[in-house]
Design a protein around this ligand. Structure first.
Ligand code: ADP
Ligand code: 5GP
Length: 206
């Protein structure tokens, strides 16, 4: 039988507040055998977040120590805070054939693409306009006006990278956007380079 040999990676990026976490909840309901990569961050925990579920929250000193010890597959400084993806759990999940889902920024996407291009399917998500991004961030009510200002500035930098991604989803109508993301997550498992070529040919020629 021809089997998928290794897991795949689905990278989601997009300006903070565009709806990534809300859309991903629909993916979790509709996709099997996935592993959500829990990032490590130095930013403050929000009221609705849980340590070890949304992120691992650590100090800047601890983060720098982890960088020195080579613990991260990738890391980046975003809005004055550090964010990183730990290597170990990713390697383990990939070996188990899982679809590993990353919610990381454009810098992280570039690094993972360079290191693990064969495994990656990537999606850039955004609101239809910057104005709508601002109103979503304000409605979410998790950040101060100062923090929102920083996120909007960063959004204007991030949006320039959308063509580095395989797919673009404009999250206007939530139902439509979530069905697109679920479809992409499902099809990510069929990426040809996830198959071991020698094994595929050996099985096919039997
Ligand atoms: P991110 O994870 O990208 O920072 P969130 O998932 O926290 O963004 O979404 C930001 C806010 O926008 C939340 O309050 C969420 O309920 C809302 N939201 C998400 N998608 C839509 C949509 N299509 N239309 C209107 N509001 C949305
Ligand atoms: P937030 O503070 O809103 O949770 O996330 C801010 C930004 O950091 C988002 O663009 C998110 O995708 C990015 N991010 C979260 N975790 C990581 C990570 O591990 N690595 C990188 N490079 N970016 C991350």
């Amino acid at each position: 039988m021809i089997n998928e040999q290794i897991g795949g990676i689905l990278i989601i990026s997009g300006p903070s507040g565009c709806g990534k976490s809300t859309l991903l909840k629909e993916v979790y309901k509709n996709v099997n055998n996935y592993y959500f990569s829990i990032s490590t961050t130095t930013r403050d925990i929000r009221d609705n977040e849980t340590n070890g579920v949304d992120y691992f929250y650590i100090s800047q000193d601890e983060f720098k120590e982890d960088i020195k010890n080579g613990h991260f597959l990738e890391w980046a400084k975003v809005h004055d805070n550090y964010y990183g993806t730990s290597l170990k759990p990713i390697t383990k999940a990939l070996k188990k054939g899982k679809l590993v889902i990353f919610d990381i920024d454009v810098q992280g996407h570039e690094i993972v693409r360079k290191k693990l291009d064969n495994l990656v399917t990537s999606v850039f998500i955004t609101t239809p306009t910057l104005v709508q991004l601002e109103s979503r961030l304000k409605n979410r009510n998790t950040d101060t006006i100062e923090v929102i200002k920083g996120r909007l500035e960063n959004a204007q930098y991030e949006i320039k990278y959308f063509q580095k991604y395989d797919y673009l989803i404009i999250n206007d109508d939530f139902k439509l956007a979530s069905s697109k993301l679920v479809n992409i997550a499902q099809i990510a498992r069929s990426k040809s380079t996830l198959y071991d070529k020698e094994n595929m040919l050996e099985q096919w020629n039997k």
